[in-house]
Design a protein. Structure first.
Length: 265
């Protein structure tokens, strides 16, 4: 079964959000503090299926915390988070686990398991959540995913330490796609990469978005990357959204912080 056929099957089974009127992700008046440190101060954002939102800002402005809140790894102090219309606040662990299966997550440094091969890293979610699949079916699916992100069959048995940073990001993306997510969350996808590798990752993200029409949220400090892959941008400062819109909207802004951010980025 190829990727397109599998995706069509998921659509028929209702595993892919089809109601365009309901945002795939919606956060409303979100607050989060760690002790006396206030990280988010009333953020409201949403993203629809087929859309990519880039969340920009200086280090320490709560960008990565926002992703961890959306995936349910951290609970907000107040406010709401809806995934495909479902409020995730206070959900039982098993129900939250089902919702997480609809979300793929690319960690900032890929976060591959050092003791597992490339293929084993990508197959890891299948061994836990698709136990009905045979070993040969898992191997075929992993091979298709790795080919989709631009890796060759000769890379499957390599260890993470044997491949470049750009290749590790590709493996991380393949793993994020393993369970056919409706929502893709990317934490600094080009961090630590040279300009050529960054450009390749940006093109890969665009390709995946065109083919899969996921709702994507990209946290990044890389303005060029954000301009390339995102439909909309949201700029954070001191736990708040300073401005949200297209890159041209940011360019036209008279807000001093926005002008300074664009100038220095």
């Amino acid at each position: 079964m190829n990727l397109a056929t599998t995706y069509d099957s998921a659509m028929k089974q209702g595993r892919v959000q089809q109601d365009a009127t309901v945002p795939a992700v919606a956060v409303e008046d979100l607050h989060k503090s760690f002790g006396s440190l206030r990280v988010l101060s009333g953020i409201s954002l949403s993203v629809s299926r087929g859309e990519t939102l880039a969340v920009l800002g200086r280090s320490g402005t709560g960008k990565s915390v926002l992703l961890r809140l959306i995936i349910g790894l951290v609970e907000p102090d107040s406010g709401s988070i809806h995934i495909n219309g479902q409020d995730i606040a206070g959900l039982a662990l098993d129900r939250m686990g089902e919702i997480r299966k609809k979300m793929g997550f690319l960690f900032q440094h890929a976060a591959l398991y050092d003791s597992l091969t490339v293929a084993e890293n990508v197959a890891f979610p299948l061994t836990h959540h698709r136990r009905e699949m045979s070993r040969s079916e898992r191997a075929d699916w992993v091979g298709q995913l790795l080919a989709e992100v631009g890796l060759e069959s000769g890379d499957l048995e390599k260890m993470p330490s044997d491949i470049s940073g750009g290749m590790q990001k590709r493996v991380g993306l393949a793993r994020a796609l393993t369970l056919e997510p409706e929502i893709l969350l990317l934490d600094e996808p080009t961090a630590g990469l040279d300009p050529i590798s960054s450009g390749e990752i940006n093109e890969l993200i665009l390709k995946l978005q065109r083919e899969r029409q996921m709702a994507s949220i990209v946290v990044t400090h890389d303005l060029h990357s954000a301009r390339t892959i995102a439909d909309r941008l949201a700029l954070l400062s001191e736990g708040n959204v300073v401005i949200e819109g297209t890159f041209k909207d940011l360019q036209r802004s008279d807000i001093e912080f926005v002008k300074k951010f664009l100038e220095l980025s």
